[in-house]
Design a protein around this ligand. Structure first.
Ligand code: ADP
Ligand code: ZN
Ligand code: ZN
Length: 748
């Protein structure tokens, strides 16, 4: 008998989910979820320990190689995350190892965890006043240095030589005498270190808020009794006080020694949102980790480290924050749960809100999904009783919903002498009134750049990207035509490249062009444009929003960057310049998105004492999304949209898989897809259907041709099983990439 400890190790980069056995050498301890270096054929590799077991190695019949070393001093993944990784791998058809690496911040994905070290100076032994006094007068500088080090205890070398103006040579001299020592220590990069937060107090809850809070508390009680709990949909209108509920529920979780994760859409993770959390938890500031896209890789890693070391117990972040290694999870909040940015558009193509629900289930923790316009997936689950629902129908300030006016732009176009316009007479008049009254306006247009594209009125030539099947957008500021898919850019032609005509015109309106028009129309107004082009500088957005709040800006014109999570009490007019931008794209959720967007944007108007007005310009005034939004009728919208989805067998009534073959060679992409399609239709299990093989709506992107097939199924498991079975038996040419997107958001 030779019973020894053996670790199952899943190797990075493995395409199959097999894990291999390695001996744990005597004298080192290895944990589940830890990263280790192991021998693999004649090289070494890195992997994650997925299980540990005691085996009688004598009975195995071959020699088990030992682990070479551990590359992380602790387990990177909690037991809960390990389980979750397997669930994601099954559901989204992604190898477990790739899911595991997605769960880690970049600096921890490779071999050694990349941490930041810095030199610190400290005393070797105690130094008394008498010791200092005994130093000879010519060592005055050393004496000052020693005194300073004694005062500061452990101090950064750079701080000592910089801020405290102690010379390197003094420190060297003291080091030689063995009075001080210089050591390397891990430092944490804290992006919020310099900021002081004014603590905010918990508000007295109104009855609707009380109910929700009690539902969360009841869930904890039920979990305590070993009963299962359902996710809770918090369906609350904008301004009903959802965030306050989150804050108080989290406080309670913390009081009970548990942790919490709050997911917010990337775009809503404005400094303003982050600040609300930082302020409420100012007394335990170090226990709050905030993960947003503006952090450097190092900062992001250190925030994650704080969580892994159980120092931070509250995590606020976008999508990937759902993978935070909190051990004793008490609550998961998904704010604006309907937001599309919860869906990741590269592998693994997970939907973070769905993952939150799964993680809550696996780790026995309540999940709170908040929205004023819930996704139809969630709404259906609420209707069927899979989720509990809490309603918050009143705005905290008791304000009425703003009045929404729909402007038919077809009529406007006919009225105007100069053809189509972007500012209707009504909107222009309302803006003039606001300017006269010293109130503010937000204008919204979901297209950046100057014009949609440029067009030759002689021959119909349109500027297209040479790498993608899409048009190039004119950006005046940079004087370039830019592809919004691949970033390719070129100089705008002065005459038509096809017919040499000089009649090339700008077609459509982007934010740049509207800004130019606004400056001509409202000559005295203070106007600022907010989009990814104008807000490139760090803190530009924060500064602009602060200036707007301080009423230093009259008109804020922007893309979706300004649609979410902002309150400005002095804004009484919101204009949506073209409500149709999102309606005519090949997407089953187009109508839903437009409804959500109109409702969210409308929620920006009249959030203070003053009543608000919303002007929606559209070429399809009778579209249900627009009409229901106008009446603030989410439930009506959901009812008719769900009826339609059910009839056409669309999500949420079925699961979908979008399989795409991509290649720089058109024929190969097409041929591979056809082969795949043939296999998929053979022995098709009950309840699954397959479309014909088709070119993607965006048939070429980044120089790659794209062909696709869509599968629909009543069950997600049978769908994944069928696809996995087919793919495992096929090999594709090297230059063909096959991707599977389960429950896709974009069909392009
Ligand atoms: P939502 O997240 O639903 O849009 P918020 O939580 O942002 O709503 O609340 C809107 C405003 O009402 C905020 O300024 C918030 O401080 C305030 N508020 C929330 N709850 C209360 C309450 N119980 N009493 C007083 N003010 C509240
Ligand atoms: Zn032409
Ligand atoms: Zn392109």
């Amino acid at each position: 008998m030779a019973v020894e400890q053996v670790a199952k190790v899943l190797i990075d980069g493995a395409t199959s989910d097999l894990s291999f056995s390695y001996l744990v050498p005597k004298g080192i301890t290895v944990l589940e979820g830890q990263r280790v270096r192991i021998p693999l054929r004649n090289r070494s590799a890195i992997g994650t320990v997925t299980a540990l077991e005691q085996i009688d190695t004598a009975t195995v019949g071959y020699q088990i190689k030992p682990i070479q070393s551990v590359v992380s001093e602790d387990a990177f993944l909690t037991a809960g995350l390990m389980k979750l990784a397997h669930w994601i791998s099954d559901f989204y058809l992604t190898p477990v190892e790739s899911v595991i690496r997605t769960m880690l911040p970049k600096p921890s994905r490779g071999g050694e965890e990349k941490r930041k070290f810095a030199k610190f100076v400290e005393l070797v032994d105690e130094v008394t006043d008498a010791d200092l006094a005994a130093m000879p007068a010519r060592q005055e500088k050393q004496r000052i240095a020693l005194e300073k080090i004694r005062e500061l205890k452990s101090v950064l070398l750079s701080e000592l030589t910089g801020k405290h103006e102690i010379s390197r040579s003094s420190i060297k001299a003291l080091e030689t005498k063995n009075l001080v020592k210089v050591t390397e220590k891990i430092v944490t990069r804290d992006p919020m270190k310099e900021v002081d937060y004014v603590p905010s107090k918990a508000l007295v809850m109104n009855p609707e808020q009380e109910v929700v809070l009690k539902m969360v508390f009841d869930s904890w009680d039920a979990i305590g009794r070993g009963e299962p709990v359902k996710p809770i949909l918090l369906y609350g209108v904008t301004g009903s006080g959802k965030t306050e509920v989150y804050l108080q529920a989290i406080q309670r979780a913390i009081d009970e020694g548990k942790g919490a994760i709050v997911l917010v859409p990337e775009i809503a993770l404005t400094p303003q949102t982050a600040d609300r959390f930082k302020q409420r938890f100012a007394h335990i500031k170090d226990q709050v980790a905030i993960l947003h896209s503006n952090l450097s890789e190092g900062e992001r890693h250190d925030e994650w480290r704080k969580v892994l070391d159980q120092k931070a117990r509250i995590v606020i972040g976008a999508r990937s924050a759902i993978f935070s290694p909190i051990k004793n999870l008490g609550l998961i909040v998904v704010d604006e749960e309907h937001e599309n940015s919860y869906k990741q558009d590269s592998a693994p193509r997970y939907q973070a809100r769905d993952i939150a629900v799964v993680r809550g289930h696996l780790e026995k923790c309540p999940v709170l999904l908040g929205s004023a316009t819930p996704s139809l997936e969630t709404w259906k689950n609420a209707e069927t009783g899979k989720y509990d629902v809490a309603y918050m129908r009143q705005r905290v300030d008791d304000q009425k919903m703003p009045l929404i006016r729909i402007i038919d732009m077809r009529q406007e176009g006919r009225k105007a002498a100069s053809g189509p316009t972007i500012l209707s007479t009504k909107l222009r008049k309302s803006m003039e009134e606001r300017l006269a009254d010293g109130e503010q306006t937000i204008l919204f247009l979901n297209r950046r750049g100057f014009a949609r594209n440029i067009l030759c009125t002689e021959c119909g030539y349109v500027s297209n990207c040479r790498h993608c099947a899409t048009t190039l957008t004119l950006h005046r500021g940079d004087d370039r035509l830019i592809c919004h898919i691949c970033g390719f850019s070129q100089l705008p032609p002065r005459k038509c490249p096809e017919c040499s005509s000089k009649s090339v015109v700008n077609a459509g309106y982007g934010t740049e062009r509207v800004e130019e028009i606004l400056r001509q129309v409202f000559t005295d107004a203070r106007i600022t444009r907010v989009d990814t082009d104008s807000m490139r500088k760090k803190n530009a957005l924060r500064d602009t929003l602060n200036a707007f709040r301080a009423r230093k800006i009259d008109i804020l014109l922007g893309t979706q960057m300004i649609a979410k999570g902002l309150h400005f009490p002095n804004v009484t007019l919101v204009g949506i310049l073209n409500a149709d931008v999102g309606l005519h794209i090949p997407d089953i959720r187009a109508g839903e998105r437009t409804f959500q967007l109109l409702t969210q944007v409308a929620g920006r108007a009249g959030r203070g004492e003053l009543e608000g007005e919303v002007v929606v310009q559209t070429y399809t005034p009778h579209h249900p999304s627009i009409q229901f939004a106008r009446h603030h009728d989410f439930e009506g919208f959901a009812e008719q949209e769900l009826a339609m989805r059910r009839q056409f067998k669309h999500p949420p009534y079925i699961h979908m898989a979008l399989i795409t073959c991509r290649s720089v060679h058109q024929e190969r992409a097409e041929f591979s897809l056809k082969t795949l399609h043939a296999r998929l239709t053979k022995n098709l299990p009950e309840g699954i259907s397959v479309t014909d093989p088709l070119p993607s709506p965006l048939v070429k992107s980044h120089d790659q041709w794209r062909f696709q097939v869509v599968l629909k199924s009543n069950g997600a498991r049978s769908l994944a099983r069928h696809i996995r079975g087919v793919l495992s038996q096929l090999t594709f040419p090297n230059d063909v990439i096959v991707t599977v997107d389960i429950d896709p958001y974009s069909m392009a």
